[in-house]
Design a protein. Structure first.
Length: 135
């Protein structure tokens, strides 16, 4: 699991280093979330966690590792949005809702093929966000 998150972090770091502002930054955040939740790295971590369960020390450790990893990424993106001129409350709201939306579709993808729908919904969400926040 640690290896999976290290590899996911490498991909995140590449995206995070990309220079982007306004709508391009919104796209970058959404792409990062999609790339993570639809990656083999996430599926490996999920498979291990599901097999072990959370009702023991190993499962609790894995769950904590997963939460710490994603919370760090969320905080970094939130700070990046704030640097781009977003209000903290708006940046946090966008990050929370975006994570939830994409994570939910990744759960749906475990039982059905939703890739085209996911791409369309992410585009719709991006359009909504850019209109609401004027980016």
């Amino acid at each position: 699991i640690k290896y999976a998150y290290e590899q996911a972090d490498i991909l995140f770091d590449k995206k995070f280093q990309t220079q982007a502002t306004g709508p391009d930054l919104v796209n970058l955040v959404l792409t990062d979330f999609k790339d993570f939740y639809f990656s083999e790295y996430f599926l490996v971590a999920l498979d291990v966690l599901m097999a072990i369960g959370r009702q023991n020390d190993i499962g609790e450790t894995i769950g904590r590792l997963a939460m710490e990893n994603r919370k760090k990424v969320e905080r970094m993106w939130t700070d990046r949005l704030i640097t781009d001129g977003w209000q903290e409350v708006d940046a946090s709201c966008f990050i929370d809702h975006s994570h939830s939306l994409i994570r939910g579709y990744s759960a749906r993808a475990l039982v059905s093929n939703v890739e085209a729908e996911v791409i369309e919904r992410i585009q719709q969400w991006r359009d909504i966000v850019t209109k609401i926040y004027g980016v």
